[in-house]
Design a protein around this ligand. Structure first.
Ligand code: XBP
Ligand code: MG
Length: 241
């Protein structure tokens, strides 16, 4: 029987990457006087690497060979990355507090249905914990964040998605076997992570950057959770609850 839903955040609860994380990174780069700018297209490529700090390191290594030459200006690259990431998080959280990014269609409905059916709720995400709280608190439903028993997020595990670590942590904190849970994801990296943790019941709701990705192993792939009346609407009943 279904005992818990484990949600990814970025792309799944809300379409946060293109108009949320991406401009927040760009704002942090600009205020630091860096000539880094992540276009919508480039950001799609950079999403191959999860985690904001990891993504910045990947960008420098793969797209900015010139930066190696300028390294003298940044003797402590890790401190720079940590600083940029802190500022990026502040920009992103302010954007959410200003009501910038709504939850996706069907998310609130499914969360309410789960609550009514006694199904427990958890999160497994690579993003920073502050970002998760700010997103849930910006939703038009007070106390949403308290409905999540487990929030596994960010640097608490050694390896981010596609490694299974964060889903394994969420399962351990729920104290449930993978067979009692359904994972909800939007990306190939997330699917690989969930499957790696043994979560064979896996619903994918594709998002703007992930439509073309490979979701082999997923149980069901739809373009959104949707509201009743939409062609593909997933309900807790469908998921086994
Ligand atoms: C989300 C991510 C994160 C966000 C940025 O992936 O990859 O890195 O883009 O968050 P998923 P931080 O949806 O698979 O969890 O900057 O806070 O790392
Ligand atoms: Mg995602």
């Amino acid at each position: 029987a279904l005992e818990a839903l484990i949600f990814d955040v970025d792309g799944t609860l809300a379409d946060t990457e293109r108009d949320g994380h991406r401009p927040a990174f760009n704002a942090a780069f600009a205020e630091a006087g860096l000539d880094w700018h992540w276009s919508v297209e480039l950001y799609g490529e950079l999403l191959a690497v999860t985690g904001g700090k990891e993504r910045m390191r990947h960008y420098l290594a793969q797209y900015r060979p010139d930066f190696e030459l300028e390294r003298r200006a940044f003797p402590n690259l890790e401190a720079l990355i940590a600083h940029l990431h802190r500022r990026k998080t502040e920009h992103y959280v302010s954007m959410l507090r200003a009501g910038g990014i709504p939850l996706r269609s069907g998310v609130l409905r499914l969360l309410r249905e789960a609550r009514e059916a006694g199904v427990r709720l958890a999160i497994a995400t690579t993003t920073t914990p502050d970002n998760v709280t700010a997103l849930l608190e910006s939703a038009p439903e007070p106390g949403l964040v308290d409905g999540f028993e487990v929030i596994a997020a960010g640097d608490v595990v050694a390896e981010k998605k596609p490694a299974p670590d964060i889903f394994e942590l969420a399962l351990a904190q729920l104290n449930l076997p993978a067979s009692a849970c359904v994972a909800i994801e939007d990306s190939e990296n997330g699917v690989r992570s969930a499957l790696g943790a043994g979560l064979e019941a896996l619903l994918v709701t594709t998002s703007s950057y992930t439509e073309q990705q490979d979701f082999a192993g997923a149980t069901l792939v739809v373009d959104q959770l949707g509201e009743p009346g939409d062609p593909a609407t997933a309900s807790v009943g469908d998921l086994g609850g």
